[in-house]
Structures are given as C-alpha cells and as structure tokens.
Design a protein around this ligand. Structure first.
Ligand code: PBG
Length: 394
C-alpha cells in the first residue's frame, strides 16, 4: 500500500477552534482530490489564549491568535491552519494566503444570564454592565445604548459564558458572535437578542467565516482551490478590502457586512446560497477526479472549473437565485459615540454570475467599489474618528 502524504491541520485548542478545524478536516476527507492525504489535527496555544487581562486593541491585536500557528506552517510541522477569519490580520505575510468557508450566521448576539428578567439591551436599566473586549462592540453599545456601561470580558466563548453566569463578576449581559454559539450548540439554551447589521449593529469583517491558511512554500498549496468557497470569498474580500483600505486593525471600531440581495430586494443569506452551490460543485469535483485521476492538482482544478461553467444544473440553480445586488453595511464609531459614521453601499450584480466569480471584469468592478466605499468613509470624517480614538484608547 502507498503511504499517504501528511496533511496536518494547525488549530487553537478552544472548543470553537476545534469544532471549526474538525469541520475543515471532515470536508477534506470527503473530497476525492485529497485521497492521497492523511489528515490530522495539531492543537496549539496562541498568545491570545494566554494574555487575557487587556482589551484586544491594546495587546496589539495583530496576529495574536495566528502567530504560533503560522510558525508551525513555516516549520512544516503543519500543512494548513484553520482560523476564525475575524481573528486573521488584514495584511497577511507574503507567503500565506487564505481560502474561505462556511458563513451560517454573521450577527452578534447579546446574551443574558440564566434567569435574567431582561430580554434585550434596550430593556436593561441605566448603568447595567455589558461585557466585551472588542472596541467595535464598545462603540456600538455607546452609539445605540448610551444608558449602558461596558466592562472588559476576555477568554474563549466557554470562559465568557461561565463569567456571565457567575453573579460575582457583575455582568448583566455580554456580546458574542452568533456563529460561535451556534457551532458549540449553545444557542438553544441561552437567552439571547440578535443584533442585526441591517438595523445598524454591523458585525466584524469576516465574522462567521472559517479561514484556511496556506503556505506558498508547501506543495499542498496547489490543492487550495478545492477547499475554496467562491461566494464567501467574494463577500469576504469586500469586507476585508474596506477594512484594509481604512488601515484595518482590530483597534478600529469598524463593522462591515456584505450580502446578496435578490430581485425583490430581499437579503439572500450566504448560507442559503453556498450549501447547495457547494454540494453541486463538489459533485463535479469528484467526477473530474474519477475521470482524470491520476493527474496534477492544477490540471484537475482546470477540468473541474470547466465542468462548473458548463453544468446546466449549476446554471439553473444560480439563475433561480435571481441575485441583483450586493449590499455593504458599514459602521465606524468611537468609544463615546461622538463621531459615528453609518452607511449602506450597493453594488450592481445583475450583469454578473456566481459561475464566473473570477471574471476580471467583476474583480475590477469590485475593487473600484471597495475603493469608493473607503474614500466615501474618509470624506465623512474618518480622520477625525481615528484621532479621537487615539485619545480614547491611550
Ligand atoms: N475574537 C474571538 C472570536 N473569534 C471568532 C469568534 C466567533 C466566530 C466568528 O465570529 O467567526 C469569536 C468569539 C466571539 O466573537 O464571540
């Protein structure tokens, strides 16, 4: 029997990180293109898991949850790393690139302690205490709920929930990502309020997306396309593109959320597109493998992409979605709600197709759109916000 190539997956050790790494491992194991690989998880501890006493913006933020995993990639102890995209720095080191997966939920939630008489942030009495370590969430609280106080809350999701339910810690509510709670199976048992971006509570760029990090110096990177989800990649590149042009770091209270809108002007949830779209794409991937194995990953990618473009089933599915526009919600705030910017931007998707997301015309238009958003935000007083923030964070 032939020995298989190792495909070691670096991950943090929190319950959420392991869930996400397992999801990617299962996906890889289900794809014939990876038949010659043997997957294994490499759980690691990151600086962000140890330094728990400060606001994320102050410990530098940059690469706090990714640095150690990147070292494992560079040392070839691991072939890929799995991250919450939200934790990945906006400007990666040159040798690394990412593919994107799975956005089931994008929103933040307010979570209330078991038995709390309150069901929404608006209901909480003046001076009630809300836990978060994120400057974006602090700025949103200051803007929408000025009657509330915030208090630092760090740690992984399990730790934060334990602190919420420990009365001595004094939290009346905490803010968490819906995606994380859903993945851990906690949603059903918790008293929560969904904070929706469409109503102004804009989530972090890339929130809810699982990112797979690849190392250009390792041969396995030729297989990256098989794991990419092109719909999530498009929306994510818009969100992160805006953040990057605004100097993107997690010390900026910035929310960006992009989604598709159909002919009737309704939001089409990304998960409602990607589940079926990827099922069909993966079927064709398996067919291409069957017909052309053994061949190189580059050739297989080409054949597979052609099959996708020529598939009547995929064409039908994509046409049925009637995607017309992409809406991008942006929030830029400061810690005392003195200079908040809120805006929604619209991209005309009608002449494009999900089957051709790598079309140079589309990519050029998207890039111009992202630049337009960033310069519009700048013209609305962005520089004043950042100088105000510098004072507030010092
Ligand atoms: N910085 C922590 C972090 N990074 C990703 C998630 C949740 C999953 C996601 O949003 O993708 C969380 C926890 C939280 O914000 O509640």
């Amino acid at each position: 029997m032939m020995t298989k190539n190792p495909l070691v997956i670096a991950t943090r050790q929190s319950a959420l990180a392991l869930w996400q790494a397992n999801m990617i491992q299962d996906l890889i194991n289900s794809l014939p293109a990876f038949n010659d690989f043997e997957t294994k998880l490499l759980p690691m501890v990151s600086t962000g898991d140890i330094k728990l006493d400060t606001v994320l913006a102050k410990v530098g933020g940059k690469g706090l949850f990714t640095y150690e995993l990147e070292q494992a990639l560079k040392a070839k102890q691991a072939q890929i790393a799995v991250h919450s995209l939200k934790d990945v720095p906006m400007i990666p080191e040159e040798q690394f690139f990412y593919t994107y997966n799975a956005r089931h939920y994008h929103e933040d939630l307010a979570v209330f302690p078991a038995g709390s008489p309150y069901k929404s942030l608006a209901d909480l009495p003046a001076g009630a205490v809300v836990g978060t370590a994120s400057v974006r969430r602090k700025a949103l609280l200051a803007y929408f709920y000025p009657h509330l106080k915030t208090k630092l809350l760090r740690g992984n999701v399990n730790t934060r929930l334990a602190k919420l339910n420990d009365a001595e810690q004094g939290y009346d509510a905490i803010i968490l990502a819906r995606a994380g709670l859903d993945r851990l199976g906690f949603l059903a048992d918790l008293q929560v309020e969904i904070l929706s971006p469409e109503q102004g509570w804009v989530s972090a760029p890339g929130q809810g997306i699982v990112a797979v990090q690849w190392d250009d110096n390792q041969e396995v990177s030729a297989y990256s396309e098989f794991l990419n989800d092109p719909v999530n990649a498009l929306l994510t590149n818009i969100e992160r593109g805006v953040a990057r042009l605004l100097g993107g770091s997690c010390s900026l209270p910035l929310g960006v959320y992009a989604h598709f809108v159909n002919k009737d002007g309704e939001q089409v949830l990304t998960s409602a597109i990607t589940e079926e779209f990827n099922r069909l794409r993966h079927q064709l991937q398996a067919q291409a493998y069957q017909e052309y194995h053994p061949t190189t990953p580059q050739v297989l990618t080409q054949i597979w992409q052609d099959k996708i473009r020529n598939s009547a089933q995929i064409q039908d599915f994509v046409m049925g979605l009637q995607l017309e526009q992409i809406h991008v919600h942006v929030f830029v705030g400061d810690l005392e709600a003195q200079k908040t910017i809120r805006q929604t931007y619209t991209f005309d998707f009608a002449g494009h197709s999900l089957v051709n997301l790598d079309s140079p015309t589309l990519l050029t238009q998207v890039l111009q759109f992202v630049q337009m958003i960033a310069s519009d935000i700048e013209s609305k007083g962005f520089a004043q916000i950042t100088s105000l923030l510098a004072q507030q964070l010092s």
